[in-house]
Design a protein around this ligand. Structure first.
Ligand SMILES: NC(=O)c1ccc[n+]([C@@H]2O[C@H](COP(=O)([O-])OP(=O)(O)OC[C@H]3O[C@@H](n4cnc5c(N)ncnc54)[C@H](OP(=O)(O)O)[C@@H]3O)[C@@H](O)[C@H]2O)c1
Length: 265
């Protein structure tokens, strides 16, 4: 990449002509990831089980940002669904060159009684699905000789434990996904496929609003955060655009914290 490609704000951050795929795009941070890609000009496929939600959000993004967007109803833990996601996205937009593995679950429960079912689901959604999608996207990019970006949504709990919440499966799977990010970055750097992760701190969304981002827990999370507040969903957008764009052309295997300083101390 020559310097001429980085001599304007537009050439640094524009995603025009690119094709993004975001999982877990029916709510919370996934919607923000899809919006960020669309704002920067990429066409985007939004994937989640709630097809009505992703279809509606896709239509809004297409209208607001003048890009192509589709919603695909799929369960990321099913291989057949992933094959269909790839086929439908290619047919509608072309081959994906920005994958955001954002779908995630955060079951809580005391470690000594943690249910096997919840543990298995967390591994399937938070760890196995990102790998299975990443390999599908990377295989196609390698075949066609195209560069690409993969962004994995991890968490502050990929690096540290939580004293506020009982999240054994979550902490284990996010830590595994963070190190998978590094391994894929190393294996695919030679193909121009850059693989990074975003580690958000506490950001109220559907997942956290169901009680755990409220009351005393909310106050404790705020107290542990140097900026003394929780994040806002749209505060994830900048990191997504950075990691998808030319601005991060020499960044791979990184985990970028968006956490108000939570991990700084
Ligand atoms: N919010 C935070 O504070 C925070 C902090 C750190 C990291 N994160 C991470 O950020 C990501 C998004 O979290 P969020 O807070 O936005 O949660 P959320 O509002 O609950 O969204 C989770 C998304 O994942 C989708 N999903 C779950 N299981 C799925 C499956 N089997 N197949 C397809 N899609 C599935 C859900 O869609 P459907 O139900 O429609 O399938 C939903 O769109 C997660 O990976 C989470 O761990 C969040």
């Amino acid at each position: 990449m020559g310097n001429h490609e980085m001599d304007s704000l537009d050439s640094l951050f524009s995603l025009r002509g690119r094709r993004g795929l975001v999982t877990g795009a029916s709510s919370g941070l996934g919607v923000e990831c899809a919006k960020a890609l669309a704002m920067a000009g990429a066409d985007v496929a939004l994937v989640a089980r709630r097809k009505d939600r992703v279809t509606q959000i896709a239509a809004e993004l297409a209208k607001t940002h003048g890009i192509k967007a589709i919603g695909i109803g799929a369960d990321v833990t099913r291989e057949r669904d992933l094959d269909r996601v790839m086929a439908e996205t290619s047919a509608a937009l072309g081959d994906v060159d920005i994958l955001v593995n954002n779908a995630g679950v955060s079951p809580t429960g005391r470690a000594e009684n943690f249910k096997r079912e919840a543990w298995d689901e967390a591994i399937a959604v938070n760890l196995t699905a990102p790998m299975m999608l990443a390999q599908r996207v990377a295989r196609r990019l390698i075949e066609t000789g195209q560069p690409g970006r993969i962004i994995n949504m991890v968490s502050i709990y990929a690096s540290v434990a939580s004293s506020v919440y009982r999240l054994s499966a979550y902490a284990a799977t996010k830590a595994a996904l963070a190190n998978l990010t590094r391994q894929l970055a190393v294996e695919w750097a030679g193909y121009g496929i850059l693989v990074n992760a975003i580690a958000p701190g506490w950001i109220p969304t559907e997942a956290t609003e169901g009680g755990i981002a409220k009351g005393a827990n909310k106050e404790r999370m705020e107290a542990f955060t140097p900026m003394k507040r929780l994040g806002l969903p749209h505060e994830i957008r900048g990191a997504v655009i950075f990691l998808a764009s030319a601005a991060s052309s020499y960044v791979t295997g990184s985990v970028i914290s968006v956490d108000g300083g939570y991990q700084a101390w």
